[in-house]
Design a protein around this ligand. Structure first.
Ligand SMILES: NC(=O)C1=CN([C@@H]2O[C@H](COP(=O)(O)OP(=O)(O)OC[C@H]3O[C@@H](n4cnc5c(N)ncnc54)[C@H](OP(=O)(O)O)[C@@H]3O)[C@@H](O)[C@H]2O)[C@H](O)CC1
Ligand SMILES: [K+]
Length: 496
């Protein structure tokens, strides 16, 4: 398994990691030197031929890192200018020490200081930014974003809030690349921050790894490091029932395709058996389109409850194509009463708009709710707006609902009621296509059927879904997604 750490730490946790390092005998000046060296190394990789570099240094330790970069590049013969915000005498601690070690040209920060730069290092503000950019810092960042020089940001692009993943008023440096230290921060993975960062390099600068055990982060980059160990692997002794029997509830005769997409997703991702539970009037159309997947007729919520009394069905998905209203609510309760692992998606969520109290009061513990932003707003009115970030919103939603909640988007966020959150970063833009959500529901269902716990199943499914889309590429339609799974699994089994 590849070794890039997957924990994400908040800004406060980053300062705690700094303190941990200092308490364990690592001088902060060494951390700053290593941080600056990691940035200088990236600059040399991105621009092998020396050219004019301007390092924008701010008043804190982010600026201190900038002085280290300036010194190291100058030592290799690069023409480097530091553009400093504020007075040099106002710098403190390690930043002041590194400003003292800088013997090159220093000019006051201004848009004019960017003239002639081929590469700009952004060391204005990092994790310590606590308000919006103003005055000359603001003017210079605006000029930088219209400049042709490539931009390497230290820790976070200035103006971007490390925890929130956005700028206070929308203005931040648009970087071509960012180097951060020890662990990623929320800003590196949340939209729109992820775009402002460009590709993020994670550098280890001497903070002992044990700091993570002390911090115990609950936030993770979605990937194999998070769920690889729990992922169901082929077992030569197992028969098909060991891999579970997944059920997808179909909509009425005119709306059956969504359930079949989900069913195919569940089968491809490894559920041992998959059935489409079909209203009797839709049996013909479902049967005409299915082969390996079985069709099980039922009528109404009572019929569904009866069907699910067969203990072999161990996971159920309901929502895609089922319609909005009382009939769907009754079927959802039938699913929840059956006490199976469940995915509630699409119409199964919208049917509870304004009626969430009863839903959240029922046994949702083994369920995964998979809203997009519109459905999330119907279930948790005002929560996205009133929360400081998407992370907080989804975490609160999971605590309220008492089950795993997955908020779809370019940074799909999955939260468990115990506080764990994963953020996905591998989704390509062409995943926004009709039916792609139905396949995602099917992937989650298939992993639940294989006994993965809901938070890890939902996270793994989101990651597989993103990779399937990336692997297929432009022109993707939902039907293509399940067909990418075999190739992904072949590699995955070797890596986990
Ligand atoms: N463990 C690590 O990851 C290490 C990180 N390093 C680098 O240190 C910075 C964090 O440094 P810090 O000094 O805490 O913060 P900043 O440099 O980002 O900025 C703080 C100063 O800026 C002032 N400030 C903040 N916002 C504004 C604003 N909008 N306008 C004006 N001034 C602002 C702030 O003043 P206050 O009055 O708010 O206190 C500070 O003066 C981290 O990002 C890394 O780059 C270490 O070098 C190595 C270890
Ligand atoms: K910065």
């Amino acid at each position: 398994m590849h070794d890039v750490p997957h924990e994400i730490i908040t800004v406060a946790q980053m300062y705690a990691a700094d303190r941990f390092a200092a308490e364990h005998g690592v001088p902060t000046l060494n951390l700053m030197e290593a941080a600056g060296r990691a940035v200088a190394d990236l600059v040399l990789r991105r621009k092998p031929k020396p050219g004019p570099v301007v390092v924008l240094c701010g008043p804190g330790n982010n600026g201190g890192d900038g002085f280290v970069v300036a010194r190291l590049l100058k030592a290799r013969g690069w023409p480097v200018t530091v553009a400093l915000l504020g007075a040099r005498d106002a710098l403190k601690g390690d930043a002041a020490i590194n400003a003292g070690r800088w013997s090159g040209e220093t000019v006051p920060l201004s848009p004019a200081a960017l003239a002639g730069a081929e590469l700009v290092v952004d060391a204005l503000y990092g994790a310590g930014l606590s308000r919006l950019l103003e005055g000359v810092a603001r003017d210079t960042v605006m000029a930088l974003n219209n400049h042709t020089a490539q931009v390497v940001a230290i820790d976070v692009p200035s103006g971007l809030h490390g925890d929130l993943g956005r700028a206070y008023d929308g203005l931040c440096v648009a970087a071509d690349a960012t180097v951060t230290f020890f662990r990623k921060k929320p800003a590196h993975v949340l939209m729109p921050g992820r775009i402002a960062c460009g590709p993020v390099t994670l550098a280890q600068i001497g903070i002992p790894d044990e700091a993570i055990e002390a911090i115990k982060p609950a936030l993770f980059v979605n990937g194999k490091r998070l769920w690889g160990r729990a992922y169901p692997k082929p077992d030569p002794r197992a028969h098909k029932y060991a891999h579970g029997h997944a059920v997808v509830v179909s909509g009425p005769a005119h709306a059956t395709g969504a359930a079949r997409l989900a069913a195919r997703g569940a089968l491809r991702i490894g559920a041992g058996l998959v059935s489409v539970a079909s209203p009797r009037a839709a049996v013909d159309v479902n049967a005409k389109h299915l082969t390996a997947i079985m069709v099980k007729p039922f009528d109404g919520a009572e019929g569904l409850a009866q069907l699910l009394s067969d203990k072999r069905y161990n996971a159920v998905a309901i929502g895609p194509g089922v319609g909005v209203g009382e009939a769907t609510r009754a079927m959802v309760y039938a699913v929840l009463d059956s006490d199976r692992a469940a995915v509630l998606d699409a119409d199964a969520l919208t049917s509870f708009a304004g009626e969430t109290e009863a839903l959240f009061g029922s046994a949702l513990g083994k369920s995964v709710l998979t809203p997009h932003e519109g459905e999330f707003e119907r279930l948790f009115p005002g929560l996205l707006k009133s929360s400081s970030s998407r992370i907080d919103a989804v975490r609160t939603a999971a605590a309220q609902a008492g089950c795993v909640v997955l908020l779809k988007g370019p940074d799909t966020t999955v939260a468990a009621p115990d506080g764990r959150v994963s953020i996905n970063t591998n989704a390509p833009p062409y995943l926004g296509t009709a039916g792609s959500g139905d396949v995602l529901a099917g992937f989650i269902l298939g992993l639940l059927a294989q006994h993965m716990e809901p938070f890890l199943a939902a996270s793994a499914a989101v990651w597989m879904h993103g990779l399937a889309a990336t692997q297929f590429g432009p022109g993707l339609i939902a039907e293509d997604l399940p067909e990418q799974v075999p190739a992904i699994l072949r590699r995955l089994y070797e890596e986990i």
